[in-house]
Design a binder for this molecule. Structure first.
Ligand code: FE2
Length: 382
């Protein structure tokens, strides 16, 4: 049985529903009214601005109707509105703020080399033809920050068909796509046969592309396995080992730069470990090749900063953190470039190896996943 009690101050109420007590402020309830005068029933957009709501808004009366709705009358404008109780429960904010810096939400699972036995993967045909498989695969990208694709066409430019499944290509100065293969006189180390330390791509952009796709077209050279490392797991491990190391990388900006081609001078100033204002772990940036001289770390913190940067690199290089796989022609992988670092192990000079890569963004991938989840939940409920 649900009930509601309005505080004597009239500035908030307490809703007792589904074995929970949730407090809601008058101003929050008024601003988030779900009625057609407040929200467009078609596109859900708010039709009023905060200036349309009296600053002194309070709750004049509130009661439960039909066991599933909360009816509120606001003062001083006598506005009446009704909330669905399930909606209120799902949008409650009356909880303890997170105490741990670097927390991640329930939809993120941190991983180490254990995931080698269970690499998220799907065939290209299944992704194109089966919405449930696509939804699960996108869910894995959101949860783990990467996923593989197999059985895709061995055809230059086919990586765009993969991106079409969830979003849009992000064009950069490298073009809509870039080729990764051995080249003479490389201007960028990615185009040689040398192994690369695990890194996130393009931290020198602001905003950096948040998705990278790497798609294999030829792979006859020995070696050259791809590997991925969960940057969030690495950051949390650093924090567990030495909180001051975590803090110095989170609390000071690093500087990144790429000025390797004529007409290009990309620079960004961002921390290696980025936290949201409430301490949520938002992003990890790690790229030894494009770290520029760091000038925003105070003199008395610089040695700690370098010790922390070194230790984070050691953790990232630890094979216990890595998942590795060899990409064969017609196989690809996608990474959340705000979280998962990728690397290529060195390969021999005989034979060929040709990958095509492109960038896209996590917001459209998350949007596609959320829309598919909403649709399938509605169909299950119907
Ligand atoms: Fe890269």
């Amino acid at each position: 049985m649900s009930s509601v009690v309005v505080d004597p101050s009239a500035s908030f109420l307490t809703l007792y529903h589904a074995n929970k007590a949730l407090r809601f402020h008058a101003i929050w309830l008024r601003d988030n009214a779900q009625d057609a005068e407040t929200r467009d029933p078609g596109n859900g957009q708010r039709l009023i601005a905060l200036r349309d709501i009296p600053a002194e808004t309070s709750i004049a009366a509130a009661h439960i109707a039909n066991e599933d709705a909360l009816v509120i009358t606001f003062a001083p404008d006598n506005k009446m509105t009704t909330f669905d109780l399930v909606w209120l429960k799902n949008h409650g904010y009356d909880r303890e703020p997170p105490k741990v810096r670097g927390w991640t939400g329930p939809n993120v699972s941190l991983w180490t080399s254990d995931l080698n036995n269970d690499v998220p993967s799907a065939t290209f045909d299944d992704l194109r033809s089966d919405p449930t498989i696509l939804q699960n695969w996108l869910g894995h990208v959101c949860r783990y920050g990467f996923a593989k694709v197999t059985g895709a066409p061995v055809e230059a430019g086919a990586l765009f068909h993969l991106v079409d499944l969830f979003g849009h290509v992000r064009e950069t100065n490298y073009g809509r796509l870039f080729d990764v293969r051995t080249e003479v006189n490389p201007t960028n180390l990615a185009y040689t046969g040398a192994g690369l330390q695990a890194h996130t791509d393009n931290p020198y952009r602001d905003p950096a592309p948040t998705v990278q796709v790497l798609y294999c077209l030829e792979s006859s050279a020995a070696g050259g396995e791809n590997m991925v490392v969960d940057g969030f797991a690495a950051a949390r491990r650093l924090q567990k080992e030495n909180e001051a190391f975590f803090d110095v990388l989170a609390d000071h900006p690093a500087e990144f730069e790429f000025a390797g081609s004529s007409g290009v001078c990309l620079r960004a100033r961002k921390p290696m470990i980025e936290l949201g204002p409430d301490g949520e772990l938002i992003a990890v940036r790690f790229n030894n090749r494009s770290l520029a001289p760091t000038t925003r770390v105070p003199f008395d913190k610089m040695e700690t900063f370098y010790a922390a940067y070194r230790r984070l690199g050691d953790i990232i290089d630890d094979t216990a953190m890595e998942v590795s796989f060899r990409l064969e022609p017609g196989e690809a992988f996608i990474v959340d470039n705000t979280r998962v670092l990728h690397a290529r192990k060195s390969y021999s000079g005989t034979g060929t190896r040709w990958l095509q890569g492109c960038y896209a963004d996590m917001d459209s991938l998350r949007s596609t996943f959320a829309a598919m989840t909403r649709k399938s939940t509605a169909e299950t409920a119907a």
